[in-house]
Design a protein around this ligand. Structure first.
Ligand code: DX5
Ligand code: ZN
Length: 219
């Protein structure tokens, strides 16, 4: 069985040494860059915006996975495509017309992702799962790095896996928040395909080695 895809979250990088941290990810065994965009409205924090994303995509040599924690994301779909996003994930809770939003993301040539807050039930995706390339299950309340993992996530991963299988969809399952070497294997076993890790990677002594560890733990 293949190992999980590992997506280091740049939110936990050293912004004063961003190029160095991007090169670390480029040369590591990581699969994707996970980029968190927050607007201070959908979540109680502001991360960074377009100019910083532009600087990141200039150097990033791997898939750029952009996680929008913003209200009314439709306004910026085209902009994020132009900035070099490969995957654009919007929050279910921020979309009134999710189906339309997914089509708009794909029509810009990106893969379409949907993130679910910890309180949001998997069954809200029953009618759209076949249109979704990636579901991001939030395993913390979005807005900040470094929070502790919510244990109920395992149940949600299993439910989502069952939904994807029952509909014959090709959707990938991503886990975001509090991922460490202590829960990576169990998440993979529950059905996760992609593990986002911020603090666990960037606050470790050797981030590249930590990425490798996460990758190998999930085989
Ligand atoms: C939280 C973000 C996460 C965050 C994860 O709102 O969506 O991507 O960077 O950070 P850790 O791995 O530190 O929980
Ligand atoms: Zn994220």
């Amino acid at each position: 069985m293949s190992s999980s895809l590992i997506a280091p979250s740049i939110l936990a990088a050293d912004f004063a040494n961003l190029q160095r941290d991007i090169e670390m990810v480029n040369t590591s065994q990581a699969d994707w860059f996970h980029i968190d965009i927050m607007d201070g409205v959908f979540v109680p924090n502001i991360s960074f915006g377009m100019p910083v994303l532009k600087a990141i995509t200039k150097h990033a040599k791997k898939t750029v996975d952009v996680h929008l924690m913003i209200v009314d994301p439709d306004r910026y779909i085209k902009t994020f495509a132009e900035l070099g996003s490969d995957i654009l994930t919007v929050h279910y809770e921020a979309c009134t017309h999710l189906h339309r939003t997914l089509q708009a993301i794909k029509s810009e040539g990106m893969k379409a992702g949907v993130a679910l807050n910890p309180h949001t039930n998997i069954n809200v995706l029953e009618d759209t799962i076949q249109d979704i390339d990636l579901v991001c299950i939030m395993s913390v309340n979005p807005g900040f790095g470094g929070q502790s993992f919510i244990e109920n996530t395992y149940n949600k991963v299993k439910q989502l896996k069952a939904l994807i299988t029952s509909k014959g969809a090709a959707t990938k399952i991503e886990i975001d928040g509090g991922v460490t070497s202590a829960n990576a294997k169990a998440l993979k076993d529950a059905g996760a395909d992609v593990l986002v890790a911020g603090s666990f990677v960037f606050r470790s002594e050797n981030p590249s080695k930590t990425i490798e560890e996460l990758k190998h733990i999930t085989v």
